[in-house]
Design a protein. Structure first.
Length: 514
């Protein structure tokens, strides 16, 4: 192994970041508790020693928890104990968890005691679960804190692993089928940190607000924040009022959100009551943000938005739309997902692997150190994802001559109506511009004549729903008759996946009958 030229591993980055200024506060929780750099370092040390002492050594571990102070220590302890790990989303179901545990062959589960009954069922149905540790009160598993307290904390020593070593398994959302286990390596994880450090335009003083699960997106920026000497304020979940109260109280400077969260803020009747002027960066991604509503958010919160586009197979960002690139008077620019960052190669390819010219739709394909090693135990799916020696994202985009990409649809979500391709996102952007529309999702539902009928599902912005004929006419005028919806349905809310994306699979099931 070429130790001389290796990149630092993620564990080494964390060890270095937690080796100095140990009394600085790093994580603050809503209940007022504070974790210093020393607290986090010591918990990683104790937890990793406990895991390493188990005989036989754990094969793979999983974490199931709400937002608790123990989470950063547990997550990082897996790496220092040299155990491949995955996380279970706190909003998932028993069946979801069981699939991941069995597919990843997880034998060690660390869980929040709030999930005690769930874990009892998992233990009964997953005979391979050998080690259980409870965060909080002991139950079917002993107390993690009590067991770990038997070990003396010490300086963190990370092994010099190889760049290609797998350190984690991130399961995809499974919106089109069973989730796939994405194999994350030292190389890909270290590159994510490098991209975050160099491209995210961090303010001089980082006070970052977290409202999503720490076991998932919530902690995705922890390592760069540790390196930069910043701090994180953690809420149990997203609530617009609690979120705005925290920004005002703690003078928050950065946060990471999905578009639905941003809309919940600016649409809230109490929005104007709070002083949010300390915010310098809102990092957003994961789903489409209609340009008309993004323009409104910028006008209300300022030019502080930075968009990142990526996926589990190439986290966290393939392209970035920086704050100064959000041109409020250019709807096409606001519809863009940005340009590739300097550490990745991107091409838009047709079905035969040929690059398409500017202005033509093609699948976003990527190469670079952040790309996954493959899918767990799925060689055929891996080969398909890496066809033509590119990672195929499944997202269709158009590139402008200035290099900015504009995603028009998921390849699998593209609607074929009357033999013509209809890109749902372009229809959504038109409808979202209507002042009476708060949110919209466009889907294709089976139709005897058209094959698929373009169907809009709309959440009204006020008590009175807009005229469906008016919405259809807007699309017909701007995009043509093929893209115009055949039907408009009004709902109280659009179902979301666990990561905050519109759940179009659920919508298609709901409206398949017309």
């Amino acid at each position: 192994m070429d130790v001389l030229h290796n990149l630092l591993t993620p564990a080494q980055m964390v060890a270095d970041a937690l080796s100095t200024n140990l009394e600085r506060p790093v994580i603050m929780l809503e209940d007022g508790s504070v974790l210093t750099a020393r607290d986090i370092r010591d918990s990683i040390s104790r937890y990793s020693q406990l895991l390493a002492s188990l005989d036989p050594k754990p094969f793979r571990a999983a974490l199931l928890t709400k937002n608790r102070p123990e989470v950063p220590g547990v997550q990082n302890s897996f790496r220092f104990a040299d155990i491949v790990s995955t996380t279970l989303h706190p909003m998932g179901s028993v069946e979801d968890y069981l699939y991941v545990i069995e597919h990843a062959r997880v034998d060690t589960l660390i869980y929040d005691d709030a999930f005690e009954e769930t874990v009892r069922e998992l233990k009964a149905r997953a005979p391979g679960l050998r080690n259980l540790f409870a965060i909080g009160e002991a139950g079917i598993g002993p107390s993690l804190t009590e067991m770990a307290s038997r070990f003396e904390p010490g300086p963190l020593v990370a092994k010099s692993g190889r760049p290609e070593d797998v350190i984690g398994i991130a399961f995809t959302g499974g919106t089109t089928g069973k989730p796939k286990g994405v194999l994350t390596t030292n190389r890909s994880s270290a590159m994510v940190t490098q991209v975050l450090l160099s491209e995210f335009e961090w303010p001089d003083e980082i006070r970052h607000l977290v409202c999503s699960p720490l076991s998932h997106a919530g902690a995705s920026v922890l390592t760069p924040i540790l390196i930069k000497g910043g701090s994180m304020f953690v809420l149990p979940m997203f609530n617009p009022v609690s979120f705005m109260e925290a920004i005002e109280k703690h003078r928050i400077t950065t946060t990471l959100m999905v578009p639905t969260m941003v809309l919940a803020l600016i649409d809230h009747p109490r929005f104007s009551e709070f002083d949010l002027s300390s915010l310098e960066s809102i990092y957003y991604g994961a789903s489409a943000f209609p340009p008309s509503r993004l323009k409104e958010a910028i006008e209300k919160l300022g030019p502080i938005f930075l968009q990142f586009y990526g996926q589990s197979e190439a986290p966290l960002a393939i392209t970035i739309l920086k704050k100064g690139e959000h041109l409020v008077h250019d709807p096409l620019r606001l519809a863009s997902c940005g340009r590739p960052h300097p550490f990745v190669s991107v091409a838009l390819l047709d079905d035969d692997g040929n690059e398409v010219p500017d202005g033509e739709p093609g699948e976003i394909c990527a190469r670079g150190p952040q790309v996954m090693a493959g899918y767990l135990d799925k060689p055929e799916e891996t080969a398909e994802a890496f066809k033509y020696d590119w990672l195929h994202t499944g997202d269709v985009a158009i590139r402008n001559p200035d290099g900015f990409l504009r995603i028009v649809d998921r390849k699998k979500d593209m609607i074929v109506s009357g033999g013509f391709n209809v890109f749902a996102r372009e229809v959504e952007n038109v409808i979202a511009a209507h002042p009476g529309v708060a949110q919209v999702a466009v889907i294709g539902v089976p139709h005897e004549k058209w094959g698929e009928a373009v169907t809009a599902v709309v959440v009204s912005a006020g008590d009175e729903a807009p005229d469906p004929a008016e919405l259809i006419a807007m699309v017909r005028e701007e995009k043509g008759p093929v893209q115009a919806p055949k039907a408009v349905h009004f709902v109280d809310s659009i179902p979301l996946s666990a990561v905050g994306k519109p759940d179009k699979k659920a919508l298609k099931a709901q409206f398949a009958g017309g």
